[in-house]
Ligand binder design. Structure first.
Ligand SMILES: [Zn+2]
Length: 415
């Protein structure tokens, strides 16, 4: 099975790279013909900084275009949450078809969503690609698509209940906010028709305590989906929900270890590092050996669902540059989140990291409902120390004082 997969990947690389080499100014000089895996493994990596610099030097779209601009039919841009300039990304009719097919055939199917479902999208439809691809994918599947733009959180809740939505697409953080707002407005989410929640943008649906909290509030099942504007929809969580399967039929994935060496995905066992990906269906604006910046652990251990695709254990663990070190302990925001979400009275939270005498010191700032915020902060601090072996102070702030986003939440702040 893996051999067949590798052979099909190599066929698509051979054809795609030949097309890109003819006319793509960004990649032309970087590529050579690919006939074997050895050829592929000699290609240089691509970084986000290189793409950003190219777009700045060659506005407005940069030079990573294989076709004349009039062949492209969609423009999106990244949310630019990590303090960088948003990237613009163009899709042809064919590459958009590729996106929506992966949503329809892989993301929705593996979450058990199909014709007859009513899918609510709790987003204000801006230039970010996620909800547009999810929307078109649901339509392609034959589900009823319900846009939730230009609405308050309460209006979205009422709309979902009134229209009897069965599926919700949102970030995990926004799902928690919907649940809080439902409780405040006296709306009963648990007895709604919602049965599947598909989350992306943050690792929450693969963080056990976050998933439990959302599933309890909605009486529905959460599924995680990973993807990037510039790369495509890379991963889906299946019925077993044991991590996120990488869509190996549409991407070549590799792992870059801490020493900078590249490894193909393991044929058995596990491997950890930064995820590197090459898309196989977006030759109009491709990414070849792209460093995603996501820290992952990949396993080929058999999954209960029967899929042959490798899995990200625990989803995306964090951004490679989100790691902080408290007294020698390396930590990622998702580890803190898993402990924060075990306290249902905590709403938004943020991790503040500052350098003191050459060492990281971290404080978790929490919004807390109820009169005993200080006690919750102390309990959380004890939990963090016990579970992570690091002294992390916790501080309660008034409800509603931390920033809220319906896209990716920025959970780590460096002072
Ligand atoms: Zn599975």
């Amino acid at each position: 099975m893996i051999e067949r997969l590798r052979a099909s990947q190599l066929d698509r690389l051979r054809e795609g790279i030949a097309i890109v080499r003819q006319s793509n100014r960004f990649y032309q000089a970087r590529l050579h013909p690919v006939r074997t895996w050895d050829d592929f493994e000699r290609l240089p990596l691509t970084t986000k900084d290189e793409i950003t610099a190219d777009q700045q030097a060659n506005p407005p779209f940069g030079t990573n275009l294989t076709f004349p601009v009039d062949r492209y039919v969609r423009l999106h841009q990244t949310s630019g949450t990590s303090g960088t300039r948003p990237l613009r990304w163009l899709d042809t009719r064919e590459s958009w078809e590729w996106w929506t097919r992966i949503w329809a055939e892989q993301v929705y199917r593996s979450a058990g969503v199909g014709e007859g479902d009513r899918v609510f999208f709790a987003f204000s439809f801006g230039p970010f690609i996620g909800f547009w691809s999810a929307f078109d994918g649901a339509q392609r599947l034959g589900a009823l698509t319900i846009p939730g733009g230009a609405m308050t959180t309460e209006q979205r809740l009422r709309s979902m209940l009134e229209l009897r939505a069965t599926v919700l697409c949102s970030t995990p953080t926004y799902a928690i906010r919907l649940a809080e707002a439902a409780a405040a407005a006296g709306l009963d989410l648990a007895s709604s028709d919602l049965r599947v929640l598909i989350h992306a943008g943050e690792p929450g649906a693969s963080v056990p305590a976050t998933r439990d909290l959302i599933e309890r509030s909605f009486k529905a099942r959460c599924f995680d989906h990973t993807g990037m504007t510039e790369l495509g929809p890379t991963g889906v969580s299946c019925e077993a929900r044991a991590g996120v399967h990488l869509v190996e039929s549409e991407f070549v994935f590799e792992i870059r270890d801490e020493g900078g060496a590249l490894h193909p995905l393991p044929e058995s066992g596990s491997l950890g590092g930064e995820l590197v990906a090459t898309n196989l269906g977006r030759w109009g604006s491709p990414l070849i050996r792209y460093r995603t910046g996501d820290r992952v652990e990949v396993t080929r251990d058999t999954c209960a669902c029967g899929s042959p695709f490798a899995r990200l254990v625990g989803g995306i663990r964090g951004r490679v540059d989100d790691m902080f070190t408290v007294r020698g302990v390396n930590l990622y925001p998702a580890q803190v989140e898993d402990l924060v979400r075990r306290h249902p009275s905590i709403g938004e939270f943020q991790i503040e990291v500052r350098r003191v005498r050459g060492m990281d010191e971290a404080t978790v700032v929490i919004e807390c409902q109820g009169p005993d915020a200080e006690a919750v902060a102390q309990r959380l601090s004890a939990d963090l120390r016990l579970a992570l072996g690091a002294r992390i102070e916790c501080r309660a702030v008034p409800w509603g004082s931390l920033p809220r986003s319906e896209l990716k939440s920025q959970r780590l702040r460096r002072a």
